[in-house]
Design a protein around this ligand. Structure first.
Ligand SMILES: [Zn+2]
Length: 123
C-alpha cells in the first residue's frame, strides 16, 4: 500500500475529489431531507444540486399565456373575455363564462324522467 510518512494512505486527486463530492451530497441529502419530503408529498418537482434545491408545483405547468390578449388581460378597454383579465389561462380550469351568458344548466335535471302515467294504467 502506498502511504505517506504519517501512515495515511495516499489517494489520487480524482479519488479525493469523488470522496468530497460524495460527502457533500450526503450532507445535502440530510440538510434538505425534511423539505424534500414535504415537496414529495405535495407532488412538486424537485431540482437538486449538492448545495441547493428548487421546488416547483407542477400545477404551474398548466398556466399559459393568453393568446387572445397576448397576456395584457385587456381587449380594447374591457377585460379580456378569454382569460378574465388575468393575461394567462389555466388549462386545468374551464374558461370563464362571459357575464350575462346563460349557462343553459338551469332547469336541467340529472334524474331520469318519471313515468307520468298513473300506477296500474294500461299501455
Ligand atoms: Zn386574455
Amino acid at each position: 500500500m502506498n502511504t505517506n510518512h504519517l501512515g495515511i494512505r495516499n489517494t489520487s486527486r480524482s479519488e479525493l475529489r469523488m470522496r468530497i463530492i460524495t460527502l457533500l451530497w450526503s450532507v445535502s441529502e440530510a440538510v434538505f431531507a425534511e423539505v424534500d419530503a414535504f415537496a414529495w408529498v405535495q407532488n412538486w418537482e424537485i431540482k437538486r444540486t449538492w448545495h441547493s434545491r428548487t421546488y416547483r408545483d407542477k400545477q404551474f405547468n398548466a398556466l399559459i399565456t393568453c393568446r387572445a390578449c397576448e397576456a395584457t388581460g385587456k381587449a380594447g378597454d374591457r377585460p379580456c373575455r378569454t382569460c378574465g383579465g388575468f393575461g394567462r389561462v389555466n388549462l386545468l380550469e374551464p374558461p370563464p363564462r362571459p357575464e350575462g351568458e346563460d349557462s343553459g344548466a338551469e332547469g336541467v335535471t340529472t334524474q331520469p324522467a318519471r313515468d307520468e302515467r298513473p300506477p296500474g294504467a294500461l299501455t
